[in-house]
Design a protein around this ligand. Structure first.
Ligand code: IPD
Ligand code: CA
Ligand code: CA
Length: 268
């Protein structure tokens, strides 16, 4: 089995744990900020993935959301690092609203090399390896060639950051609503990026995301011909949390960068 196939097997196992949960799951604790919950399943899936992925590549570092290592360490810039979001879409998971997915990136020398995102409720496995194409299950995927004006836009925003962050999300949502077919909000950033990669969504944005939310999706989207940058169009450094703009081939061919005032949470 290749390393990517072994990671996919680990993601299937994570999905089994998620599917074993009752339909509605209460939170076991909360993290910094408003409504930033963690359930026993977030911790269980992460623990399972830590064990399972350590066996796949014993020399790799492991960064998981639930051990809270937000700060990139210099040692991750060389060799292999797993960056894992055990359940992306925790508030969906708690309410049995879908999707919730497992997101696993393998960084090589500090950049995404393999990306695996699995939705256990629909059995959709998105996967890519740098230079080898992106796939949904066994089918090759490509981002859409439609212009932004003929595309759906998906947005994300979290309630647990400073108010300017959510204000800018809603200002930007309105700006994109007037330039696209309509706006969607899934509740899972990793899933949103897969939807751009698979051609269903033309552009996804969110004012602040962590590396575990976007690293696997970035690999999948880039292999599907799309692009991923910060919201001002600058390159990601793969080290810190960042604003995210994930764009299809068609949307990228036109004007898609939003005004700076809106990104700062100021109306125009
Ligand atoms: C969240 C989801 C959500 C996004 C938040 C993320 P979590 O991740 O991806 O869609 O809007 O910013 O924090 O907490 O469900 O892993
Ligand atoms: Ca997440
Ligand atoms: Ca999570």
């Amino acid at each position: 089995m290749t390393i990517k196939e072994e990671i996919m097997q680990a993601a299937y196992g994570a999905g089994e744990i998620m599917r074993s949960a009752p339909p509605a799951v209460d939170y076991a604790g909360s993290k910094t900020g408003h409504a930033n919950y963690v359930t026993e399943y977030d911790s269980r899936v992460q623990e399972y993935l830590l064990q399972r992925l350590s066996a796949v590549l014993p020399e790799a570092n492991f960064v998981g959301e639930e051990n809270g290592k937000e700060v990139f360490r210099e040692e991750y810039a060389k060799g292999y690092t797993f960056v894992v979001d055990p359940i992306d879409g925790t508030s969906n998971f708690m309410k049995a609203y879908r999707p919730s997915v497992t997101s696993i990136a393998l960084l090589k020398d500090g950049k995404p090399w393999i990306g695996v995102i699995y939705n256990p409720y629909t059995d959709q496995m998105f996967h890519a390896q740098a230079g080898c194409g992106a796939y949904e299950n066994d089918s090759r995927i490509f981002s859409s060639e439609a212009p932004l004006s003929d595309s759906l836009v998906s947005m994300g925003t979290a309630p647990y950051y400073e108010e300017e962050v959510s204000r800018s999300a809603f200002l930007l949502g309105h700006w994109y609503l007037l330039r696209s077919i309509d706006i969607r909000r899934s509740g899972s950033a990793a899933w949103d990026i897969c939807m751009v990669a698979a051609g269903h969504i033309g552009l996804f944005f969110e004012p602040r995301l962590c590396l575990w939310d976007f690293a696997a999706g970035a690999c999948i989207l880039q292999e599907a011909g799309g692009s991923i940058t910060a919201m001002d169009g600058t390159e990601l450094n793969w080290r810190t949390s960042s604003s995210i703009l994930a764009v299809s081939r068609g949307a990228a061919a036109g004007d898609y960068l939003p005004p700076r005032e809106l990104m700062a949470g100021k109306p125009i």
